[in-house]
Write a protein that binds this ligand. Structure first.
Ligand SMILES: Cc1cc2nc3c(=O)[nH]c(=O)nc-3n(C[C@H](O)[C@H](O)[C@H](O)COP(=O)(O)O)c2cc1C
Length: 343
């Protein structure tokens, strides 16, 4: 079809830089990348704490917030030379959050741990004669046997695993794509999740979550949507969907944090499975927003949970052929950090 006169006129009237941007946006690849980015941003805006007030925080967000704020105090207590009087505003803020949390969610583990941190914080400040009236009033009402604050670890605790060779352990893990027919004991999976709780996370907010199934029809349906286990999905006896709760995050700079924390959590989980003698294969969730929606239509996955990946889990066959997946030499993995010229 030939462009109309009016069409030509409009084209002439649009300044060149704007025309270039419009043409770029018309490119289908760019359009779908932009759509996905906007959809991700909307998910973050809707489900993180960006648009929530203290009184409307869902339990998961309030718990992450409690962890973040108590971590600020416990971290301060763990510094080489904590300044007497430090963190008073943060302590007041934590007390306010804890009281509001208690009103809505009772004195659960999160609340009690918060009291535990405040107890050690108060003892530290008292040693230097710093009194925070709100803190004393709060602790007069609440006492907790839950440990919180700091612990002392010796060198032996930190690196005393002389008999454990992490290099050999890590090098002995392979993605397995052919599992033995025997079922997996759920207790082993729970133990692996228990270990994965120790994964570092930003301000200890612990956003990693796991959906677990051994149900054949669930596994088949999930792997059908995932698509990366074709050819071996029928051998998978247990499937994990690893997620990260985006309500643990509260500012724009954290827009990718759930993927980082969730990825670290998944790695610990897979190492834990390996340590427990199980075989696993991580399965990507490199999906478009509509594919992500498709999974959420079939399975009940919380809206605040970003899906990080799936993990196929099973027992090792006596012998199994695995992909070599060779890695390039160490020189391609690092370089010395240098300043820019003129800096
Ligand atoms: C985030 C992530 C997604 C992956 N997705 C898939 C997948 O969909 N299907 C698959 O067969 N392997 C998948 N893998 C496994 C990789 O192919 C494998 O980790 C890589 O080749 C290195 O091999 P190794 O795990 O045996 O060391 C994935 C790995 C990661 C970390």
């Amino acid at each position: 079809m030939r462009p109309s006169k009016e069409g030509n006129l409009i084209k002439k009237l649009i300044p060149h830089p704007i025309k270039r941007v419009l043409m770029r946006l018309a490119n289908p690849m760019r359009k779908s990348a932009l759509f996905a980015a906007v959809s991700d941003a909307r998910r973050f805006k809707r489900h993180s704490q960006l648009s929530a007030s203290l009184s409307s925080l869902p339990a998961s967000a309030a718990q992450a917030d409690l962890l973040r704020k108590m971590h600020s105090l416990e971290k301060g207590l763990a510094l080489p030379d904590p300044a007497p009087g430090f963190g008073a505003a943060k302590a007041r803020d934590l007390i306010q959050l804890a009281e509001s949390y208690r009103g809505r969610h009772d004195e659960d583990w999160h609340f009690r741990t918060c009291v535990g941190v405040l107890q050690e914080y108060a003892a530290f400040q008292a040693r230097y004669g710093h009194l925070i009236p709100e803190l004393d009033a709060f602790l007069a009402k609440h006492a907790s046997p839950e440990p919180g604050g700091t612990i002392t670890v010796g060198r032996i605790n930190k690196a005393g695993h002389e008999t454990f060779d992490f290099g050999a352990f890590a090098r002995s893990r392979h993605s397995v794509r052919n599992f033995a027919p025997q079922p997996v004991d759920e207790a082993l999976i729970l133990e692996a999740i228990d270990i994965a709780r120790k994964t570092p996370s930003v301000c200890n907010r612990s956003s990693g979550r796991v959906y677990l199934t051994m149900d054949r029809s669930h596994i088949d349906a999930a792997l059908d949507i995932q698509g990366g286990a074709r050819g071996f999905s029928q051998t998978v006896p247990c499937l994990l969907i690893v997620a990260s709760d985006v309500s643990a995050f509260y500012k724009v700079g954290e827009r990718n944090q759930s993927f980082i924390d969730g990825g670290l959590f998944a790695m610990t989980l897979v190492y834990a499975l390996h340590g427990l003698g199980l075989a696993a294969c991580m399965l990507n969730w490199s999906k478009t927003p509509s594919q992500d929606k498709k999974l959420r239509k079939v399975f009940r996955i919380e809206n605040t949970h970003n899906i990080i990946m799936m993990v196929a889990v099973g027992h090792m066959p006596e012998q199994v052929r695995v992909a070599l997946s060779p890695r390039a030499g160490i020189e391609s993995f690092y370089q010395r950090l240098e300043t820019q010229e003129g800096v």
